[in-house]
Design a protein around this ligand. Structure first.
Ligand SMILES: [Zn+2]
Ligand SMILES: [Zn+2]
Length: 299
């Protein structure tokens, strides 16, 4: 851990983080307002938002989380590059920043060094409410440079990760404007704005808050099926919306596992993708806990 990681971001960095949080939110509100005014939305924009949600969401869950942070499987270089790019298009920080902070979370889950525990301020109603906001997104405004932990040292020496990390801004711009360009091709008169509002703003807002809810909701409410040494929980809602990541108690109990929905593998879309990659010869060495170790940690 370097000292800068605890000292908070610079003013320009804090402004950029704020913009990344606020712009999709405002765009989402405006998209809802236009929907209310017009009373309908063409299927094109719903499918556009859904496709970008799934692709960039899998970039986070299969790529940033299970591949790059936890090394739950080994993927060939083209898949590594593709997943790193898709995750960078989710507006959740650069790949090295995301993975190293998440590794820090596992090192000290729900303890004082956890970068985003919802229990940080205590257990009373108001303190927990403050903690939920902290875990959801406020913590992003308080952290400085990424921690120089083991994950950082591994990723910084990875040429594919370094290349994508240093070009994060390019992938973010692509993510923000590609849906607008596709919208323009569909409808040259109004498509650019509609594509931007639904394919970029609404999609990014929903994906950001679903992902961040794993840090907040899934450390408070839900079922604790396994002894994991922290307060993580399993949630069906976020298990589905976040492609398996909501089975967070299972993940904390078996952090290296490519499967998070230990008892609900059919709801773990990210695991299905990893299995498909393996079947296609694009991934190997997929880590799954043994039945004995699963039963050994069962509550
Ligand atoms: Zn967690
Ligand atoms: Zn994790």
């Amino acid at each position: 851990m370097n000292s800068d990681s605890r000292s908070g971001p610079s003013a320009p960095k804090r402004f950029a983080v704020l913009a990344v949080i606020i712009v999709p939110f405002v765009g989402f509100l405006y998209a809802c307002l236009t929907l209310w005014q017009h009373g309908y939305l063409e299927w094109f924009y719903i499918i556009l938002a859904l496709v970008f949600y799934v692709l960039t969401g899998l970039g986070i869950t299969v790529g940033f989380h299970r591949l790059f942070t936890h090394e739950s499987f080994v993927a060939n270089p083209s898949i590594r590059f593709l997943l790193a790019v898709l995750g960078s298009m989710a507006f959740q920080g650069s790949i090295i920043d995301w993975c190293t902070r998440h590794a820090d979370h596992h090192q000290a889950s729900d303890k004082p060094r956890d970068p985003h525990s919802p229990w940080k301020y205590g257990v009373s109603f108001w303190n927990l409410l403050k903690g939920v906001l902290h875990a959801q997104f406020m913590w992003l405004l308080k952290v400085g440079k990424p921690p120089e932990n083991k994950c950082y040292k591994r990723l910084i020496s990875d040429p594919i990760v370094s290349l994508v990390d240093s070009t994060t801004w390019f992938w973010m711009l692509t993510s923000a404007f590609l849906p607008a360009v596709l919208g323009h091709l569909y409808d040259p008169e109004h498509g650019f704005l509609k594509g931007f509002l639904w394919g970029s703003c609404a999609r990014l807002f929903l994906l950001q808050h679903v992902t961040w809810a794993i840090n907040s909701y899934c450390h408070i409410w839900g079922k604790r099926r396994f002894r994991s040494g922290d307060l993580s929980t399993d949630s069906y809602v976020f298990g589905i919306l976040a492609f398996g990541e909501g089975f967070h108690n299972g993940h904390h109990a078996f952090p290296r596992s490519a499967l998070h929905g230990i008892d609900t593998p059919w709801l773990d879309l990210s695991y299905a993708v990893i299995r498909a990659l393996k079947r296609a010869g694009l991934a190997k060495d997929v880590i799954i806990p043994s039945v004995d170790s699963i039963n050994g940690k069962r509550r």
